[in-house]
Design a protein around this ligand. Structure first.
Ligand code: DLL
Length: 439
């Protein structure tokens, strides 16, 4: 295991002293080396010397996704391209991807935080890690890969796709740990069952799932179907990739590797930081990143923080499972709903499967409507029509009662909803099509 106890279990005062020293160094560095930061600091009337305490972080300007786009591809670099050893990119919704870069030192830090991540699930050199996150520009594959090697485990660099072959190799190689998106883990389980196998019978004991939102109900489903401990891991390309935060075996929120990534929660309405315990937008400052260090990056992800001690002994701040994104909140007839809330309700309805898609549309008169397509369990579908109508009614009532919105539920046969090898697309917003002028 790579458990950096000295850092991960340090007394808060010691950790904060390290953070402050790193913050001051980083702020001075970006001001000197990156024109974007010099301009934005000057505009805010702040100089690196003004940062005396961690509280002063709140005076620094934010960085947003659009700043990556505006400086595409290498405008935010704080080193020469000669010193960059790796580039990754995440696909943007519009055109150009978000480009990120790493020095050799950054790759080392990434391997360490990913090793800590896997160690949170007690992976050791005796483990065989089946890595089904995509290899390529996406950070998932290579991030997990370097971390697993750092732990000394045996890595199977599967990447995504070819699901039958994945099942065969999980069984033949005796994989003990699996890394992929939560939605893909269920697809694997389902495919194994179709092949007459069961992942419950495999040697898998732990899984590291992230890169897309998933609920506790989904965790329960995965743990049942795969017979493993399912842990949540979080990260984003702009900060480093996976390895920003991870759940330990107590599943009590995700430990943020705060010696490298300084978290804040910002109220999106006021743009001001809020105290521990309050929900808002996760914002990170990369304290040690060399190639492309971001200051106060607004992730768009909604969570809250706590410093309550965790049974594992790690003292780093924990973030609650992501409950949504600032940009995925659906407003339906004035009621705010997150897709994760819909998932929670659906998975409580007996007879439906965790494969669904939410279709948002705008009816004439500018009223938003929601239709949820959800798959029905195999047994149910062959049942009487009356049973299906009953199930549909129950699902609609549950949504109405719990979320206070009326949504149409459409039950579809097993396998109707497209499976994803990577990040699942849960929401189809038809309103966007109208925006873009399509019919
Ligand atoms: O998804 C990095 C990653 C890879 C994390 C593998 C975990 C595992 P991006 O492609 O840049 O990076 O997407 C980042 O994905 O802002 C969140 O909205 C979402 N996300 C990542 N992890 C989680 C999670 C990778 N555990 C964006 N729960 C982030 C919910 C997550 N959302």
């Amino acid at each position: 295991m790579v458990w950096n106890r000295e850092m991960e279990c340090a007394p808060r005062s010691q950790l904060e002293a390290i953070q402050l020293e790193r913050l001051r160094r980083q702020v001075a560095r970006v001001y000197e080396k990156v024109p974007f930061y010099r301009e934005s600091f000057d505009k805010a009337g702040i100089k690196p010397e003004d940062v005396h305490s961690l509280q002063d972080l709140r005076h620094l300007p934010y960085t947003r996704k659009s700043d990556f786009r505006d400086t595409y591809p290498f405008g935010l670099l704080s080193v020469l391209l000669d010193d960059v050893v790796r580039v990754h990119a995440s696909s943007g919704t519009t055109g150009k991807p978000t480009v990120v870069a790493y020095t050799e030192h950054d790759i080392g830090v990434w391997a360490e935080v990913m090793a800590r991540t896997l160690s949170c699930g007690e992976v050791t050199r005796r483990d065989i890690v089946h890595n089904a996150y995509g290899y390529g520009l996406f950070t998932g594959g290579l991030g997990v890969h370097y971390g697993a090697e750092r732990v000394g485990a045996t890595v199977i660099p599967m990447s995504g796709g070819n699901t039958h072959r994945q099942i065969m190799l999980i069984q033949d190689f005796g994989a003990t740990a699996i890394c992929c998106t939560p939605s893909y883990s269920l697809f694997l389980a389902e495919t194994a069952e179709e092949m007459g196998a069961s992942l419950r019978q495999s040697k898998l004991r732990v899984g590291f799932f992230g890169a897309e939102p998933w609920t506790h109900e989904m965790r329960h489903e995965i743990e049942e179907r795969l017979g493993i401990l399912a842990l949540d891991i979080y990260g984003l390309s702009e900060i480093i990739g996976p390895g920003v935060a991870a759940e330990c075996v107590h599943k009590n929120g995700l430990h943020i590797f705060e010696d490298h990534f300084m978290p804040e929660i910002i109220d999106p309405a006021t743009n001001e930081p809020v105290p521990y315990g309050t929900y808002g937008e996760l914002t990170f400052t990369a304290l040690t990143k060399e190639a492309l260090p971001v200051i106060r990056y607004r992730t768009g992800d909604i969570s809250r923080l706590t410093v309550e001690p965790c049974e594992c002994g790690r003292t780093m701040v924990r973030m609650e499972k992501i409950s949504g994104r600032t940009d995925d909140m659906l407003i339906v007839r004035g009621v705010n709903v997150f897709p994760s809330q819909i998932e929670t309700v659906l998975l409580h309805v007996k007879g439906v499967q965790p494969h669904y898609v939410i279709i948002v549309d705008r009816e004439r008169g500018a009223m938003d409507s929601i239709e949820i397509w959800v798959e029905v369990s195999e047994g149910f579908f062959s049942d009487e029509l009356g049973e299906l109508a009953n199930l549909q009614h129950r699902a609609e009532m549950e949504i109405q009662d719990t979320l206070g919105i009326s949504a149409r539920v459409k039950l579809v046969e097993p396998h109707r909803i497209e499976r994803s090898m990577g990040k699942a697309r849960r929401v189809i917003d038809r309103r966007e099509m109208y925006k873009n002028g399509a019919q």
